[in-house]
Design a protein around this ligand. Structure first.
Ligand SMILES: NC(=O)c1ccc[n+]([C@@H]2O[C@H](COP(=O)([O-])OP(=O)(O)OC[C@H]3O[C@@H](n4cnc5c(N)ncnc54)[C@H](OP(=O)(O)O)[C@@H]3O)[C@@H](O)[C@H]2O)c1
Length: 258
């Protein structure tokens, strides 16, 4: 039987406590990986994170959490060192932490711009920089970035968000060109409308939500698992020959709305 087998793999997921990231954590654990995921450390999330860890443990999986701001390079490097020390290696990195605060260009002052670029793009760079020494040493690494189809159609959120997500493709290309011969690959998954808190905040209005649904040929919003399965595939041996790709998982929305 064909399976996605991640047993023995150690994967760091940046932003894994909710939504797509949580889905990725669940799927990677169920495929046998040891997963360390980060979150912001908000007090109100504690119970939910504890329940997630509990559920994974009860299913025989292994996950650990860490409150590390994804926009903190030193904290991210420290965490990577700790993971490598505790588990002996880091096979995979998933850069998923992100935020899209919809507002027009006129409302974005330099501080807001810098802050959102830092979270949406800086976090991926800091993650890559933190895991790379460990991957280089092992001559093996799988990097999966979570972008957005907004890079193809502009999206309906914020310009800083689209710019940051487009920048992630540059990170990916650079890694492939310079590190693939050393066994390290990078790919980017572009989701569109995935049913998570980040999306629902923007589509709380039922009319707006049905207009969104009408744009999706698949006839439904995406689920975190739709992205998680793809991430697991890329992190597994099935993804060994996939490098430098932009994979769109959007139920057909981007093509349909060109
Ligand atoms: N949902 C969509 O339709 C959609 C579409 C295209 C792209 N995406 C991308 O997919 C990714 C996940 O989106 P989502 O919808 O799952 O978002 P979400 O539900 O808001 O979850 C975001 C995750 O990132 C974590 N995070 C946010 N800021 C962080 C920080 N500064 N440091 C550490 N962790 C942080 C959050 O942790 P806390 O729980 O602690 O806040 C949470 O685990 C994002 O990069 C987003 O841009 C989503």
């Amino acid at each position: 039987m064909v399976q996605i087998d991640l047993s023995g793999k150690v994967v760091l997921v940046l932003g894994g406590s909710r939504g797509i990231g949580e889905g990725i954590v669940r799927v990677l654990c169920s495929a046998g990986a040891v997963v360390v995921f980060t979150h912001t450390g908000k007090r109100e999330n504690r119970t939910r994170i504890a329940a997630l860890l509990d559920e994974i443990a009860q299913q025989g999986g292994r996950a650990e959490e860490a409150a590390v701001d994804a926009a903190d390079p030193a904290g991210t490097a420290e965490l990577a060192a700790l993971v490598a020390d505790r588990h002996g290696k880091i096979d995979g990195l998933v850069c998923n932490a992100g935020r899209n605060l919809a507002r027009p260009v006129e409302q974005i002052d330099p501080e807001v711009w810098a802050e959102n670029i830092e979270l949406n793009l800086g976090s991926a760079f800091y993650g890559i920089q933190a895991v790379l020494p460990h991957m280089i040493k092992a001559r093996f690494g799988r990097i999966v970035l979570v972008g957005s189809t907004a890079v193809f159609d502009g999206g309906s959120g914020a310009i800083d968000y689209v710019a940051a997500k487009a920048g992630m493709s540059g990170l990916m290309a650079y890694i492939c060109r310079n590190y693939a011969r050393g066994g390290i690959t990078a790919n980017i998954i572009h989701p569109s409308a995935i049913e998570t808190e980040l999306l629902m905040v923007r589509y709380a209005d039922p009319d707006k939500k049905s207009r969104l649904l009408a744009e999706i040929p698949a006839g439904r919003l995406g689920k975190p698992e739709d992205i998680a399965g793809l991430a697991a595939f890329l992190l597994s041996s099935w993804g060994d020959y996939i490098c430098g790709q932009q994979l769109v998982a959007d139920g057909g929305r981007t093509l349909f709305n060109r």
